[in-house]
Design a protein around this ligand. Structure first.
Ligand code: C2O
Ligand code: CU
Ligand code: CU
Length: 466
């Protein structure tokens, strides 16, 4: 029998002041009872069956973010079902092991529905990933923890508010609280050992500049994976940007922290680069914004206590088999990210449901060149149906450029398989995509900005692989 997802009737998902005890609980509150959206644990090769039942008085559809599924399973806006409707999914999990997620994708209301709690995690496991976990003594839900980081706007009554002004449709909607796993001011009780934290930025618009601190001292971490699974080898970093839709998989050594002390996961201050003409910041809807865009924000307090756990085996030199996409002879397809004074645009156009903006030949490798104008704002660009590799970053702003680990301009978090990549104003990011797929016939997918206000306002295209 398929797993049944019934959506609707949900109250606001915010649970202020609770600890992270129920760390895997990530859901909405229904009838006063905390009710989690399912976290799906799957294995590569497994067939997943889900029946979506829409109990909301508006259309919806669930999209499997990052999963390599066919166009009819992908859950784009064209597939939305009305109230009372049902949509059945049946697909084989073809992805590498990793932390993926699902969220709604109806036309123009994806941001509000996702913001209101319709989102969850989708794990894929495989042999390679299992071997790494065993080697490091990692246990999902114990010392291998998903962290869903999201800002939310919560009013004085503890209710969630989603009411973007025109300015916020343009700049993105920011919350007055930043939650981890739907918890305000979260606290994680940890033992002195290595922890694996798998972070998802599930915000609609806010970008995080992640770093760990022990007092005044930063605590470097090892990036071991990105959106679509493990890197070839670990890459040490002191900070990393995480934009909406992206995931980052890191190891942090809490054994170097004396018992009884704290580590803080923070977002460090950065320049949010809102350079779109006349944009005057956020803060509409009468809610005070505790955290302006780019402010330093404490995200998660980690209390380290207890006896040190015996040092684990060292990180394997090679974490995963990792084939580079061969880009010689790849066609370069430019995508201009722009603003016309009214809408955000891709190659000069706003989303048309029935229009196909690009047709790609099946089995071709292409380089998509994402060119962001300098008078814009950062855009986390996301592709459906495929994953990609970042080839290079050019003309990056200083805060991104100084994270470069090699001459391509890529940072540690650009080194893995990805489905979402942040493109700063003035920057050009090249990604390689292999359009080989096993599905019968031509397939249509979406390519869009994962600032979900931008996505809902048309910074999205259909592309076809024929
Ligand atoms: Cu996570 Cu088209 O989206
Ligand atoms: Cu997606
Ligand atoms: Cu955008």
């Amino acid at each position: 029998a398929p797993l049944r997802f019934t959506v609707g009737g949900a109250k606001q998902p915010v649970v202020p002041g609770k600890s992270l005890a129920n760390l895997l609980v990530y859901g909405s509150e229904q009838g006063g009872v905390q009710r989690a959206n399912p976290t799906l644990l799957t294995k590569k090769g497994q067939v997943v069956e889900v029946a979506l039942n829409n109990g909301m008085p508006e259309p919806t559809i669930i999209h499997w973010h990052g999963l390599l599924v066919d166009g009819k399973t992908d859950g784009g806006p064209q597939l939305s079902i009305p109230q009372g409707g049902e949509y059945r999914y049946r697909f084989e999990v073809r992805n590498r092991a990793g932390m993926y997620w699902y969220h709604p994708h109806p036309h123009a209301t994806a941001a509000r529905q996702a913001y209101s709690g319709l989102a969850g995690l989708f794990f894929v496991d495989d042999d390679e990933e299992q071997a790494v976990r065993e080697k490091l003594g990692l246990e999902l839900g114990d010392n291998d923890l998903p962290l869903v980081i999201q800002d939310k706007r919560i009013d004085a009554d503890g209710q969630l508010v989603y009411r973007p002004t025109d300015e916020e449709w343009k700049g993105g909607y920011l919350g007055n609280e930043v939650l981890v796993n739907l918890t305000v001011a979260p606290l994680l009780k940890a033992t002195p050992r290595w922890y694996r934290l798998r972070m998802l930025n599930g915000s609609t618009a806010r970008i995080f500049n992640l770093a760990f601190f022990h007092g005044e001292r930063d605590l470097p971490f090892d990036v071991i994976g990105t959106d679509s699974g493990l890197l070839r080898r670990a890459q040490t970093a002191k900070r990393a940007f995480l934009s909406p839709g992206e995931r980052l998989d890191v190891l942090v050594n809490l054994a170097q922290v004396p018992a009884g002390q704290f580590v803080m996961l923070k977002s460090l201050a950065f320049d949010p680069m809102h350079q779109e003409g006349g944009h005057a910041g956020h803060g509409g809807s009468g809610a005070a914004i505790n955290w302006p865009d780019g402010a330093e924000i404490p995200l998660l307090k980690i209390a380290v206590d207890g006896a040190a756990v015996s040092t684990p085996a060292p990180l394997p030199n090679v974490l995963s088999r990792f084939d580079d996409i061969k880009v010689s002879n790849a066609k370069i397809r430019p995508w201009k990210l722009g603003w016309n004074g009214k809408d955000w645009l891709l190659n000069g156009k706003t989303f048309q449901m029935s229009e196909v903006a690009a047709t790609v030949r099946r089995n071709d490798v292409e380089i998509w060149e994402l060119q962001n104008e300098s008078q814009g704002m950062p855009h986390p660009m996301h592709i459906h149906g495929f994953v990609f590799q970042v080839v290079s970053r050019q003309d990056s702003p200083k805060q991104q450029g100084e994270l470069a680990v090699d001459r391509t301009g890529r940072s540690a978090s650009d080194l893995g398989w990805k489905d979402t990549v942040l493109v700063w104003p003035g920057e050009t990011v090249r990604v390689a995509i292999d359009f080989n797929h096993p599905h019968a016939g031509a397939q249509t997918f979406m390519f869009h900005c994962h600032n979900l206000e931008h996505e809902d306002k048309g910074m999205m295209v259909n592309f076809r692989v024929a």
